[in-house]
Design a protein around this ligand. Structure first.
Ligand code: 2BA
Length: 109
């Protein structure tokens, strides 16, 4: 058993979950945000048999597009407001950032 942790862009989420569900692949999505852009993204947890890991990665690759985002990078983040660098930059984002972890035990009780 493996745990795939995939950080995906919100724009790709619905189609990706639809595709995974069609293939009987269970997932849990958690709202998250990137440390660099400080924008929302989604972290998917997918517990899967080892022999299906490559299939899942291929489906994520199929549904998650690379994009560029134009952003003003934060200089400091305070309690009330964030100060942004006045120069905007263009950064590539995605398709997806994927970690594959070993699962010691998997139980549904
Ligand atoms: P963010 O941290 O918001 O990063 C968004 C994009 O900004 C990144 O796209 C990358 O192209 C760029 N970027 C990130 N850090 C940078 C830096 N210090 N200087 C210049 N550009 C930088 P992706 O690499 O596709 O990452 C998309 C999202 O995946 C990230 O959002 C973050 O939420 C997650 N992520 C990426 N690598 C990770 C890692 N090693 N550990 C945990 N999460 C990661």
């Amino acid at each position: 058993m493996k745990m795939i942790v995939a950080i995906v862009q919100d724009e790709d989420l619905d189609k990706l979950i639809e595709t995974l569900t069609e293939e009987s692949i269970s997932s849990t999505s958690l709202p998250s945000s990137g440390g660099f852009l400080r924008e929302g993204n989604t972290t998917l947890l997918i517990g899967i048999d080892e022999d299906r890991v490559d299939e899942v990665i291929a489906l994520i690759k199929q549904e998650c597009k690379s994009r560029t985002k134009i952003t003003a990078t934060p200089i400091t983040t305070g309690w009330i407001s964030t100060v942004y660098n006045p120069q905007v930059i263009e950064v590539p984002v995605g398709g997806a950032t994927i970690f594959v972890l070993d699962v010691e035990q998997f139980k549904k009780i």
